[in-house]
Structures are given as C-alpha cells and as structure tokens.
Ligand binder design. Structure first.
Ligand code: 13P
Length: 258
C-alpha cells in the first residue's frame, strides 16, 4: 500500500514509576522481534528513560522523550537538551503535544526550535498538531493544523527535516474516548502531506510518516490504519498496558503487510 514503514508510538505521559515503566517496556519488547515490518517507540517519563533503555537493550523498540529544550547546556533550570537525550539513547522525541501547548505555554516558534535542535542531533521529532473542538466546529481544522505545521517547519528544508514524523492529534479526541472518523483523519493527513509537499517538495512529503493520535485502541486501530495517509498511531491511554498496546502494534504490522 505504502512504502512508508508504519510507526506505533506509546506516549506514557505522566504515568509509571521506574519499576512500572520497566515492566511495561518488557511486555512491549516481547512482541517486537527483529525484522518486524512496523517500527515501535515508547515514551516514558524522563526519570524512566535510562532504566527503560536498559530494559529495551538489544531490542528494536525505540526510546522517545516527551519533551526537550533546544539549547545543548547552560543556565536553564529544569530542562533537558537534545545532547542529553542522545546521551541516554533516545531515538525520538515528542514535541508540540497539545498538553504542553495548553498547560506549559509551548508555541509553534518553540516547536520549530525544538525540531531543529533535535534534527541536528539525529533524534527524530514527533511533531504534534491538532485542533480544538471549538476550532473544528467553526470549520477551522485545516487552517489551524496546516498553520501549525507551516510555522513549526519554517526555515527548515526537506534535507534538514528528512526524518520528521508528524502526529495529528485532534484535541477533542485525546483521552476522551472520542476518535476521529477514519475518513476525517485521512482528510487531515492528506492535507498535511499536500501542504508539506507544496512547502518543501513532494518527493520528501511522500516519505513523511503522519501518525494519528486521540483515543486509539485495539478496536479502532485497524480502521484508522487502513487509510492511505495514516502511517501509524501515537497512543496515550492504551499504551499503558501491553495487552492493549500489542494489538495496536499488530494493526501496524497488518498495515505494513497489506
Ligand atoms: P489518548 O490515546 O489517551 O487519547 O492520548 C492520545 C495522546 O495524547 C497521545 O500523545
């Protein structure tokens, strides 16, 4: 169907002690054998990054941070840099999540600086965009989402952006049990790809993985992942148990094999 390798990412948000994170990572790694045609990444809290890296050692499961600051080092109390994430084995980092935009003042300009800094360090940014319920009901979904994508990639060309992953997460679908209809997700994903193509070049845009996030669970993953431009999932609640997360990985494998 697509030459893009599906990516299933678990965003554990502010959950799990070190022991709980390691137990969960251990459950995930059992499913992710070498050669699985679907990429899998987990994003524990910062205090669990090192222990989870140890649990995942030698496996194909990627390790993601949930946030980063764009400077390498300095007087920035409380922050973590791309260099430090690389130092502990992070392969990916979530940026621009709507919870960070809403509660911690993250802006498109900040997301762009974070993306740029991560890319310099060869860490794959998983850049989140998405509209609120109010914006959707006002018919502004594409304006908002494409505006976020454009602002967060401004000044970066396709070469610099090469490994970028975009995650479309409608805010009204996060943690609510309400999922976007597969065809509505597809419409936004296609629009994101077309917009990236117009801005940075179509051949690159065709390679960009665009994940869907917002109440993804085993019962709806196949339907979402059957859409041509839904290249994977960014999973919150359902990633907190291997019993729920593994069937979503299986859906990613089915997409790869379809
Ligand atoms: P839920 O899957 O819990 O809706 O969370 C989605 C999300 O925010 C992933 O980043």
């Amino acid at each position: 169907m697509s030459t893009r390798t599906p990516l299933i990412a678990g965003n554990w948000k502010l959950h799990n002690t070190v022991a709980e994170s390691q137990a969960l990572a251990g459950g995930v790694r059992k499913r992710v054998r070498d050669g699985l045609p679907c990429q899998v990444v987990v994003a524990p809290v910062a205090t669990s990054l090192v222990p989870v890296r140890e649990t995942l050692a030698g496996s194909a499961v990627g390790l993601a941070a949930q946030n980063v600051y764009w400077e390498d080092s300095g007087a920035f109390t409380g922050e973590l840099s791309p260099a430090l994430l690389l130092d502990v084995g992070c392969t990916h980092c979530i940026i621009g999540h709507s919870e960070r935009r809403q509660y911690f003042g993250e802006t498109d300009a900040g997301v762009r600086k974070k993306a740029s800094a991560l890319l310099v360090h060869k860490i794959v940014p998983i850049m989140c965009v998405g509209e609120s319920l109010e914006q959707r009901e006002a018919g502004k979904t594409l304006d908002v989402v494409l505006g976020q994508v454009e602002a967060a990639t401004e000044g970066l060309d396709a070469v610099a952006l090469a490994p970028l992953v975009v995650a479309y997460e409608p805010i009204w679908a996060i943690g609510t049990g309400r999922t976007a209809k597969a065809e509505d997700a597809q419409e936004v994903h296609r629009a994101i790809r077309d917009h990236l193509g117009a801005l940075k070049g179509e051949s690159w845009a065709d390679t960009v993985r665009i994940l869907y996030g917002g109440s993804v669970k085993p019962s709806n993953a196949d339907e979402l992942l059957a859409e041509p431009d839904v290249d994977g999932a960014l999973v919150g609640g359902a990633s907190l148990s291997a019993d729920n997360f593994i069937p979503i990985i299986d859906a990613g494998v089915r997409r790869a094999e379809s």
